[in-house]
Design a protein around this ligand. Sequence first.
Ligand code: XMP
Length: 511
Amino acid sequence: PVLVLDFGAQYVQLIARRVRERHAFARIVRHDITAERVRELNPLAIILSGGPKSVYEPGAPQCDPGLFHLGVPVLGICYGMQLAVQALGGKVEAPPAREFGRTDCHVLDPAEPLFHDVPRDTVVWMSHGDQILDAGADFLPLAATSTCPIAAAKHRTMPFYGLQFHPEVSHTPYGSLILGNFLDRICANPRSWTMEAFIERAVEQVGRQVGPDQRVVCGLSGGVDSAVCAALLARALGPRVVCVFVDTGLLRGGERADVENVFRSHSEAELRVIDASTQFLKALEGVTDPQEKRLRIGHTFIDVFREEARSIPGAHFLAQGTLYPDVIESGGEPDGPTATIKIHHNVGGLPAELGFELIEPLRDLFKDEVRRLGLELGLPDSLVWRHPFPGPGLAVRCLGEVTAPRLEVLRQADAIFLDELRQAGLERQIAQAFAVLLPVQSVGVMGDARTYENVIAIRAVETEDFMTADWSRLPHEVLARSSTRIINSVKGVNRVVYDVTSKPPGTIEWE
Ligand code: XMP
């Protein structure tokens, strides 16, 4: 693997993703991993990430200096570069002015392999307070900006390279190429990380893990992760996979049919669809508080799922579509960085309670890799590019009480809005889009009569990580068509409004 040492950079996962786009497997590890442990892991390369501290501050995170003497190529980015240069005898300081944003950068030696095919004058993304004042005689500067004479450097005798700028962000247009050069031209990257090879390995591993008379239960949510997880397991185990799809009655229009079509036509896995909508609606009767809705839906889901799982003979494993970011952020990775804020809980508490063993075939993958894997496994575009959908479903978009007629109004409006976005070719650039049924009525006039009916809010957001999001600047025509179609064809709606709130201060969902 390529080991990415995490010094607390905002962009550490992005570094790993970029490396994988270059077909090398990247793992994020704690910054204080020992040189001995690194040697055992036998990495292709080591990348030292950026970080928020100054390398000369007391308590600034360090790395084992033994790393530089393993003979493994090391690339330091920003803080990682400063750390290495300081450890190897150079001097880091805070210059009078910080450098932040897109910056012109000049490559000093066009023959340098790290900058192969990169224009001599290019743009890089800078974000630093400190910089290298004096690298000492052992380092050779490779690039410079007007205020940063050592924007890139390499050691004269050891396989160390450093970049003061951030090659991982898209604002450094040649950043991905520079990382690729490092991997291919300096580390002799065998380019073995592909989704094809991943499937082969995963199929083999799952085949070894699951005994011939054991079965795997796989909950399908209608989302990408669980679908890809099920498809991968089905590839490995065929009918020994039992997919369970709970129709909560809180799904979007056509969702259940889509899942049924894909799984009945695409795989040999058994599919059990449970219609539990009556049970869910009953549990939600009279409830308007958002947290209470979530709680009741969660409990009902566990009840329904448990009941079904118990009736599957030979069921030994429960599959979960846990992804790599969840694994890192919950501190569940050996050698990984310590847990941050997010504790993830997919089917919280279920495996232990049911005596299942967990199987998580996607735990090494990023979201974009899961999508590529899904396509490679033959899942249709419509499923692979599906927007995320919250577990509690339409219940948290049906503000106020959740009833069957109100859900129907919401479902119809939602389907129209999504259809308009699809027709306008906007579905991919938008991260999430949906309709919300508000618990207010407004006055209108239709034909010659006064109406007093429901209001639908439509929302579309753009985001990379769903932690922050911006509302989409949708073309007015798309908004106009959506509004007209919703009001004309959804009975009980006489007004449509567009949500122009970003996150923060808003959240993506309304409750
Ligand atoms: P918010 O509304 O917090 O949403 O900005 C961020 C992302 O999380 C989704 N979301 C949920 N997903 N269970 C889920 O599985 C939930 O209770 C839940 N609440 C919000 C939301 O759709 C968005 O993608």
